[in-house]
Ligand binder design. Sequence first.
Ligand code: AFP
Length: 341
Amino acid sequence: MDHSADAQRTDLMTITRFVLNEQSKHPESRGDFTILLSHIVLGCKFVCSAVNKAGLAKLIGLAGETNVQGEEQKKLDVLSNDVFIKALVSSGRTCILVSEEDEEATFVEPSKRGKYIVVFDPLDGSSNIDCGVSIGTIFGIYLVKEDREPTIEDVLQPGKNMLAAGYCMYGSSCTLVLSTGTGVNGFTLDPSLGEFILTHPDIKVPKKGKIYSVNEGNAKNWDGPTTKYVENCKFPKDGSSPKSLRYVGSMVADVHRTFLYGGIFLYPADKKSPNGKLRVLYEVFPMSFLMEQAGGQAFTGKQRALDLVPTKLHERSPIFLGSYEDVEEIKALYAVDNGLE
Ligand code: AFP
């Protein structure tokens, strides 16, 4: 009998146990972060269950404008947003919430206020919902600077000030990837237990990859360095094999694959969108934070992504992130273009 394999199967490292272990390394900690995280996890479980039922609900006629009770049906992204806002406010640990779904930030009322700021996209990749392709939730967490009335300035901080970041991917399995600033760990939801179990400890992105991931439909509007980089991926001049192209169109899915297989994810600026498409606070920053923690890099075309200082809530930025050496190559092309070399 293989006792060690058995011990592994029976000694389950849930995400709560994992974060409590981390917490015990900081004797001054009062468990606020653990409580906040358990509310985020609850939101992810809810969205996972709603996403799984989305196809079924459509099939049996629950979706659409009204449900069987004649009530208006909420779209999945609006529903997910409501669930996350309520879970985060009720945690009693947050003071400001910034969601992709809401124009303005939510300031939590003083009686329910805590010290954390959460920036999030409750359901990213929503154009993929109706065809059942992987989508996800992305989140980043800041600590409010001082014990005073929080203001919008507290949110407009560079990504390097984030305390933690993560995403949950609703795919063939439900996977939550988290970093609290000491590496990256992945947890998979065991539906029979209703618990996220550590399945991908200490994720490290390969130093160099064989995949590039970009919406090539925008190629006619790209700038010189992006065009040259993608050309090199397809027709390498150093005798190496061409890279494969993979593009889901859900950032969570494309970046998750990049973590596990290596390579590069690009959403560059183009003539039509000079700042790219992706949002700084709740797409670019959390993914860049995770990528650096996994040993990769994240670059905007001008600077390290995490050094960027946003000036408004829904600001956008071009982004190139992934394996260390692959991002080095695009950085070199931009350095030449910017006259730095
Ligand atoms: P949607 O939520 O509108 O589907 O956008 C998803 C997203 O923000 C991000 O998850 C993708 O990486 C990116 O946009 C895809 O954009 P394109 O459709 O322009 O390639």
